[in-house]
Design a protein. Structure first.
Length: 237
């Protein structure tokens, strides 16, 4: 399949284009990672256009537009949904929203145990405000199953099964509080290439939707503390 994938749920934006195999050429993938955050809205579309040009594809040749729909950065998720909707409307192609924690799990599996038939992982993304987004996933017989999540928890609340790997971007901010051996931790982000690897199973199971149904997955509705809450916390110190 011809696919465009992108994720802007963290401080790094990731994009990839897959061009289907042909009788004269193999399947090919072009990918790019760049700083995200405040720069995402300005740079995402030009970067996508550059990758599409490298792949020599037009948007109407895509079979689907794949994007990370959350959980993650509030602004990043809104940007991803808006771009996915706009491109899909214009090209008249479906969109495929993908769980960003599942993408973290898939990226960790590729790094940590690509040949392992059974793999369980707790995927974590920094949610700021001293919290993490968490979900547990099991890879078996070539397919992923979510067994827990999506939840918000503090680093001190993390509990894992003995067989679980732990993956994500939370080691730097919360490492000493995670209560897990460092050998079990895999630094991983929800990359666009992970989205591409997940896409076939999700498309086969009916995950593609119309552009107007592309919505962010918010695990936390409250994204900032009020002035009164910040003042109360400061007074309590």
């Amino acid at each position: 399949m011809n696919l465009l994938a992108f994720d802007t749920s963290t401080d790094q934006m990731s994009m990839a284009v897959q061009r289907a195999a042909h009788s004269t050429r193999p399947l090919q993938v072009w990918s790019l990672a760049a700083p995200g955050g405040a720069q995402t809205s300005a740079h995402l579309i030009p970067a996508i256009q550059g990758l599409m040009a490298q792949a020599e594809l037009s948007f109407d040749q895509l079979d689907a537009i794949v994007f990370g729909h959350g959980p993650g950065s509030f602004t990043g998720l809104r940007t991803a949904c808006a771009v996915a909707q706009g491109l899909a409307y214009g090209a008249r192609v479906p969109v495929l929203p993908v769980d960003t924690l599942l993408a973290v799990a898939e990226e960790a599996r590729l790094q940590h145990a690509p040949e392992q038939e059974n793999y369980s992982v707790v995927a974590l993304l920094d949610a700021r405000m001293d919290e993490m987004y968490a979900g547990r996933y099991v890879f078996n017989n070539g397919a992923w199953t979510q067994t827990q999540g999506h939840i918000l928890l503090s680093p001190d609340q993390l509990v894992c099964e003995p067989e679980d790997a732990v993956a994500g971007n939370v080691l730097a901010p919360y490492g000493a509080r995670l209560n897990i051996p460092l050998a079990r931790y895999v630094t991983a982000l929800p990359t666009a290439t992970a989205l591409l690897r997940l896409a076939p199973q999700l498309l086969f199971s009916g995950g593609a939707i119309a552009a107007d149904q592309a919505l962010p997955l918010y695990v936390r509705d409250k994204v900032a503390k009020t002035t009164a809450e910040r003042a109360a916390e400061k007074a309590a110190l």
